[in-house]
Design a protein around this ligand. Structure first.
Ligand SMILES: [Zn+2]
Length: 313
C-alpha cells in the first residue's frame, strides 16, 4: 500500500515537472505570456466627443489654407460643398441605424446647408499648410493650434452645446484639395491615451484621399475615432491606436473585415460608394466606443489596450 502511494506521488511529481517545463518553454517562445498584465487607460477627459450616446453635433468647417482654397463663387466648389452636406447626412443616418443594433438611440444635429448659422463655417488659415507636419504634430502629437484657434475665435461651441442640448461636438474640417494631392489624407485629432490641450476633437476630411473622392464611410470612420474607435487595418506603429499588434490586425483581416474601422469601401466589390455605407460596426468597434460592454477575448489574447470605456475593476 505504502509502495503504491509513493509511486502515485512520484508520477504526480513527474507530471508537475513536465507541465512546468512546457509552460516555461511556451512562455520563453512567447506562445503564452506569464507576465502579461492587461492594459487599461486612465483618461477621464475625453474631449468634445465623449461618448457616442445621446445627442451629438457635427460642426462643418470648410477651411482654406495657403495651398487649398474653397471658392464658393464657383459652381464646382458649391457642388462639392453640397456633396459634403449629403455625405454627412448619410453618415449620421448610418450611425443611427448601427446604434439601433446595439440598443442605442443616438441623435445628431448637423448643417444641412450653408445657411446654418451655428453648425456651418467657412474660414481661411492664410499662412498655414494644414498638412505641414500633420503626422508628427497633428495625428500623433494630437495638437492643431491653428485649427483650434480658428474654432476658439469663430465658433461659439458653448452655445452649440446649450442650443442643441448636445453631449458631444465633433468638428468636420473639409479641405478642398485636388485628386493629385496625394499627401492629403483623412485623419482625426482625438483624445486616446491622454487628454487634449484643447478639447476640440477634429476630423480632417480632404475632398480626395489617395486619389479617391471623399465618401460618407470616410466621414463615419474618422468620426468614430473621436469616440474611441481604433483602426483595425494597421498595427499601432506610432503609439496612438491602442497598442494593436500585427497578429491582431491579421486576425481582423480574417474575422472582422466588414468593420468600418477595417476599411471604408464595399468589402466584396472594393467600390467606394458615395450614396451609402456598405460596412458595419462589429462587436469590436462597438467595444471601443462603449456600445459593447463585454470585453472581447481578442483584447487580452492579442495584448491590445482596453477600450476607454472598459475600466480596470
Ligand atoms: Zn482610421
Amino acid at each position: 500500500m505504502k509502495k503504491k502511494i509513493i509511486s502515485v506521488a512520484a508520477l504526480i511529481a513527474v507530471f508537475a515537472v513536465v507541465a512546468a517545463v512546457i509552460i516555461f518553454e511556451l512562455d520563453r517562445y512567447n506562445v503564452i505570456d506569464l507576465d502579461y498584465v492587461p492594459k487599461y487607460l486612465e483618461v477621464e477627459d475625453l474631449g468634445s466627443a465623449k461618448q457616442l450616446d445621446g445627442r451629438t453635433a457635427f460642426v462643418s468647417v470648410f477651411l482654406s489654407d495657403k495651398y487649398r482654397k474653397w471658392d464658393f463663387s464657383q459652381e464646382r466648389d458649391r457642388k462639392k460643398r453640397a456633396e459634403c452636406f449629403e455625405y454627412t447626412r448619410i453618415a449620421t443616418d448610418w450611425l443611427v441605424s448601427q446604434g439601433e443594433k446595439y440598443g442605442k438611440q443616438i441623435e445628431f444635429c448637423y448643417a444641412k446647408n450653408e445657411n446654418d448659422d451655428m453648425l456651418y463655417y467657412e474660414g481661411t488659415l492664410e499662412d498655414t499648410d494644414i498638412y505641414l507636419n500633420w503626422a508628427d504634430e497633428k495625428a500623433i502629437g494630437k495638437r492643431a493650434p491653428d485649427e483650434w484657434e480658428f474654432i476658439d475665435n469663430n465658433i461659439d461651441f458653448n452655445m452649440i452645446g446649450e442650443k442643441y442640448g448636445c453631449d458631444n461636438i465633433v468638428y468636420h474640417i473639409f479641405i478642398n484639395n485636388e485628386p493629385e494631392n496625394r499627401e492629403c489624407t483623412a485623419f482625426c485629432l482625438c483624445a486616446y491615451e491622454k487628454a487634449l490641450e484643447r478639447p476640440h476633437e477634429l476630423c480632417f476630411l480632404p475632398m480626395y484621399y489617395e486619389g479617391l473622392s471623399l465618401t460618407p464611410a470616410v466621414i463615419a470612420h474618422e468620426t468614430l475615432h473621436t469616440f474611441g474607435a481604433t483602426d483595425l487595418y494597421s498595427w499601432d506603429s506610432t503609439g496612438v491606436t491602442f497598442g494593436t499588434t500585427g497578429s491582431f490586425v491579421e486576425y481582423c483581416r480574417d474575422h472582422l473585415n466588414d468593420d468600418i474601422m477595417f476599411a471604408t469601401m464595399n468589402p466584396i466589390t472594393g467600390d467606394a460608394p458615395t450614396d451609402r455605407i456598405d460596412r458595419e460596426i462589429t462587436y469590436m468597434t462597438a467595444y471601443f466606443i462603449g456600445w459593447n460592454r463585454n470585453t472581447p477575448f481578442e483584447i487580452d489574447h492579442f495584448k491590445v489596450v482596453h477600450s476607454q470605456f472598459d475600466k480596470k475593476k
